[in-house]
Design a protein around this ligand. Structure first.
Ligand SMILES: [Zn+2]
Length: 87
């Protein structure tokens, strides 16, 4: 199995993180007790009636210089084959 090394072209760091960012709208129907059909005694935000994803994106962030790259860069500018061995 060949190993890939990912290098930030700006600062040459390999300290990279893949981030998944998403925004959701949670809906809770108003009934006789606490908002949300599944909530009775108190309102608990994870007991929602409907969840709607509005937006999401994935990107790679360099932890050294903070530059963000599109996810597709994993097969592009960030993918550096190297003969150097790190010990
Ligand atoms: Zn960097």
């Amino acid at each position: 199995m060949s190993q890939k090394r990912y290098i930030c072209p700006v600062c040459n760091s390999n300290d990279l993180t893949l981030k998944h960012e998403a925004s959701y709208v949670y809906s809770y129907l108003i009934d006789q007790d606490a908002p949300g059909l599944k909530n009775t005694d108190q309102f608990l935000s994870y007991l929602y009636d409907r969840r709607e994803q509005k937006d999401s994106r994935e990107y790679i962030e360099c932890n050294q210089c903070g530059v963000q790259y599109p996810y597709t860069c994993l097969n592009g500018v960030l993918d550096k084959h190297s003969n150097q061995s790190y010990k």
